[in-house]
Design a protein around this ligand. Sequence first.
Ligand code: GLN
Ligand code: ZN
Length: 757
Amino acid sequence: MNTFHLSGYPRIGAKRELKFAVEAFWKGAKTEAEVQEVAAEIRRLNWAAQKAAGADLVPVGDFSFYDHVLDLLCTLGAIPKRFGFDAAKLTLPEYFQLARGNATQFAMEMTKWFDTNYHYIVPEWHADTEFKVNAANLIAQIKEAQAQGHDIKPTLIGPITLLWLGKAKDEGFKRLSLLPKLVPAYQQLLRELATAGVDWIQIDEPILAVDADQAWLDAFAPTYKELAITGTRIIIGTYFASVAEHLNLLKNLPVHGVHIDCVRAPEQLAVFADAWPENKVLSVGLVDGRNVWRANLSKVIDTLEPVKAKLGNNLWIAPSCSLLHSPQDLAVEEKLDGEIKSWMAFAAQKLVELGVIKQALAHGKDSVKEAIAASDAAAADRATNKKIHNEAVQKRVAELPAGADQRKSAFAERIKAQQAWMKLPVLPTTTIGSFPQTAEIRQARAAFKKGELSAADYDAAMKKEIAYCVEEQEKLQLDVPVHGEAERNDMVEYFGEQLAGYCFTQFGWVQSYGSRCVKPPIIFGDVSRPEPMTVYWSAYAQTLTQRPMKGMLTGPVTMFKWSFVRDDVPLSVVAKQIALALNDEVLDLEKAGIKVIQIDEPAIREAMPLKKAQWDEYLAWACEAFRLSSTGAEDSTQIHTHMCYSEFNDILPAIASMDADVITIETSRSDMELLTAFGDFKYPNDIGPGVYDIHSPRVPTAAEVEKLLRKAMEVVPVERLWVNPDCGLKTRGWKETLEQLEVMMDVTQKLRAELAK
Ligand code: GLN
Ligand code: ZN
């Protein structure tokens, strides 16, 4: 038989039970014993579902109260000393303080897990970091699974990836220098696990999927030689991109197998199948662990059969990556369109698919005839269904005329046409779009959705918010006001709900970080815009002021990146379809007199492929899609874009090629470091570096804002410079927001007066 295994399963519970339990614990409304009970029940149900589907080895170590990277740091005793906790006796409240901070220590940093929307806790590495294994928690979970009758395979992140994921906190110190201390800790951990009855262990080294420097790759052979002597059978996990270039390295490691992601990188299967030693396990992931679509079972089985002929039972099957990134169970969705639902599989359904594949490999396709017929029917339906395929949309993208992505004139001409009517002062001021999403706003929206508030009352409530927001900006004398986005729950969902080709689930939650879960929209078909989406609100806001009201849209890359995307056409096609839908909106806004329009692209950086070799191709179509969204706009219409919280230094030429008239970026937290890069690059269009951090309620002093602004004036020509906060203000309260903006305006007035002299 071909072993069916997996490296992780959703851990939040089908109805987010973990989230509610943990948050109740934080508030003191649940005891530790009660939270532990919820956690144990989630693990029990997960393991039982896996076993029922035919899994041979279930994962342990994939459950976490907050983050599995943090858990591993605790197991290795490598928690930051600055908290003063004893890692060997870490309590649950202390564990949460590491993740969330406390009165004296800021929280450990978080960042995105490769190109997913999951955030892990970033290890803090110092030259004097010590490791001291305390595997009690992990071993307790192993015992728990064994007691429930499961064969297990714990999953750990590997030592090389773990070091690489962390941040060097000391000047001139190299993370890899910790490896000689870390490897013995892993050795001890593996030995303790072996004593607890662990035979197989999966050690994930996703660093192999990125372009890591040679020094990191060179660390593999010596490290795994040391780990091999512990006697545990090791399978190395890789995912999210091809590792074919490391075939020889992987072949020669003294481990028992490797897992490869053949959904993200199907081409690597042939490379591995040809050359993989027959006495080692090759685990093939052909069921997508991070998207919501059903597998094409017939194709998967046909692909695997020749591999099985060669490797026999050393072919293993698994999802492409941990199912952590997939929603849990499609069966609980009651409101999804039946046809659309028939094309999907969430984690629970993916388990069943793997069970079918295992059965087919053992007893032939005929033994799973019915499942294959259903899968074939879904695939055939998806290929032709009118809900997905809209000829008009496809034609519009296919027949885009040359130059459709170019504005009528170059920036130098456009900015003159814009200044002619906008008559902005030097250092024009604006905000990034959202204003505080107060409890009243959220309550009104919830009541409207439940049918407790009439459409007319909801409309009136939103207009009242918008009017207040515009009035306050008038008082502040912000040059380019916004309507405040009160009517938007979320910058992607708001548009997805109004675009054809998007659908929404009731319970399709995935963990984003800690207790925070997101329910991404799903792009299932060709995207188009049946009706204007924002014109009503922006036009209303414009009636309240003489100043140019800025319209607010979410860009094509962000629209797909923060969604589950269809996998039957290239992403570039999805992006262009969204761009053209947005273009319809841009032109309608223009007609309605909204002639400053911001198209946000905060996700442009995180949508970059993991491999640098693929960057140029991605950036070419991503930037083209952005430009397409404002195609046909008048020169006098001013297009803004906004980006935040990523590194942009290495993609500045691409950002410039987006040709927005104004870009606003987050800069204040890095002390304007990013801005210096924009200055050095001689960014050609207008630029608004954020002059204060919106993540804190703290009101910056005038001196702080002035310092940042003066720094900006040093690197950006003053006639190109805007003044604005770092990002949207929706998470702030009104009081601090007004105080913060007042400081920003005061400093701007002061510098304007100085410039006038
Ligand atoms: N316009 C959005 C807002 O202000 C932008 C948010 C973002 O950059 N993530 O909320
Ligand atoms: Zn932002």
